[in-house]
Design a protein around this ligand. Structure first.
Ligand SMILES: *Cc1c(COP(=O)(O)O)cnc(C)c1O
Length: 344
């Protein structure tokens, strides 16, 4: 077998959720959109339900349907994109709770599924999803008459604790929800870390549960071990990979490993990335190709059978930094071709 081994530590996942739950002065939900941040929504959601999560968030109704199948009846499933045309049967058949984003969505929902549970998403300044203050002011009484289950908004800069946008959105959200007797939600992982003023009734952690920044105390959840296909010796002056971008300055031992951008390992990380062999750092050299990466193992005292790209020595954020992106993108890019292994 020459595909990489993607190991997902469900114990660490549950521990991360419990740690965020302990920090939340509110009910702690769990965001499992994009197939559980790329890790496999079925296993992820079941473990989080066992850990105590009773409310899950997904991006679109199709994800909600798959999640309902995994979880069975009981847990609440909130859909961020609301009630889109064509969603009605999925929302009804899988008991999903759409977070309605506009007057149009509200009308669609109450006409298609009168009496069916819903929530409302407000725009407190991010300008991505949700009703703007004026729209909400016009609709508020009608919406409240229908009994929304949750009213939420989302922070644009929660991973930057000192950013003035946080306090500004908090103020706008409070103004838009003043005197309402409906559960409220504002905080994702970053919002939980901003403190109790941001917690309201329900928190919505995602990335922290999966082991990423800004939850610095998170335990790593993802381990990616990649087999070495071939090892060769290079003389000084020989070059490696497409475009001859790297040349050996010394006698070099080079390992070719079985992973590349076709496996979601972002090509741009090339010159700054590294892998680990028994805890020792080995730089990636030359370009990342679709199926292969070349690694300088000259300083190792043995020939490794595999190397580690993600794990205790290097987390999703380290790899993200090398690629000029964020841990979220590393996670959701992984795994099209990897064998996934779940450990408890
Ligand atoms: C993705 C998302 C979350 C989770 O955010 P994290 O930063 O991963 O904790 C929460 N709320 C909304 C609306 C989201 O889109």
């Amino acid at each position: 077998m020459s595909t990489a081994d993607l190991t997902i530590d469900l114990g660490a996942l549950a521990q991360n959720w419990r740690a965020l739950d302990a920090m939340s002065r509110a009910e702690t939900g769990a965001v499992v959109k994009a197939n559980g941040y790329g890790l496999g929504v079925e296993r992820v959601a079941k473990v989080l339900a066992q850990a105590g999560a009773r409310r899950f968030f997904v991006a679109v109704a199709e994800e909600g349907a798959a999640l309902r199948q995994a979880l069975g009846p009981g847990p609440e499933i909130n859909v961020f994109s609301g009630h889109m045309e064509g969603d009605t049967a999925l929302i009804r058949d899988h008991a999903l709770v759409p977070m309605l984003n506009s007057i149009d969505q509200m009308l669609r929902h109450v006409e298609a599924l009168p009496g069916h549970a819903f929530g409302v998403q407000l725009d407190s300044g991010m300008n991505r999803l949700g009703m703007e203050p004026a729209e909400w002011a016009a609709l508020r009484d009608i919406a409240l008459g229908q009994g929304p289950r949750l009213i939420m908004s989302h922070l644009a800069c929660a991973d930057e604790p000192d950013h003035p946008m946080n306090a500004q959105q908090l103020r706008v959200f409070k103004e838009m929800t003043a005197d309402l007797d409906v559960p409220l939600s504002l905080a994702s992982t970053g919002g939980i870390l901003l403190g109790p003023a941001y917690h309201f009734d329900v928190t919505r952690p995602g990335i922290g549960v999966y082991g990423g920044r800004p939850f610095a105390e998170a335990r790593p959840v993802v381990h990616l071990d990649v087999p070495v296909i071939q090892i060769r010796e290079l003389e000084p002056g020989e070059t490696v990979g497409y475009g001859n971008t790297w040349g050996a300055q010394r006698r070099t031992r080079l390992a070719t490993i079985a992973a590349g951008y076709g496996d979601g390992l972002i090509r741009a990380m090339g010159p700054r990335a590294q892998v680990f062999a028994d805890g020792r750092r080995c730089p990636v050299v030359g370009r990342v190709s679709m199926d292969l990466i070349t690694v300088d193992i000259t300083d190792l005292d043995h020939d490794p059978a595999d190397v580690q790209l993600l794990g205790a020595d290097q987390g999703v954020d380290d790899l993200a930094d090398a690629a000029g992106t964020i841990g979220y993108e590393i996670l959701t890019s992984l795994g099209a071709r990897h064998a996934r292994r779940f450990i408890e």
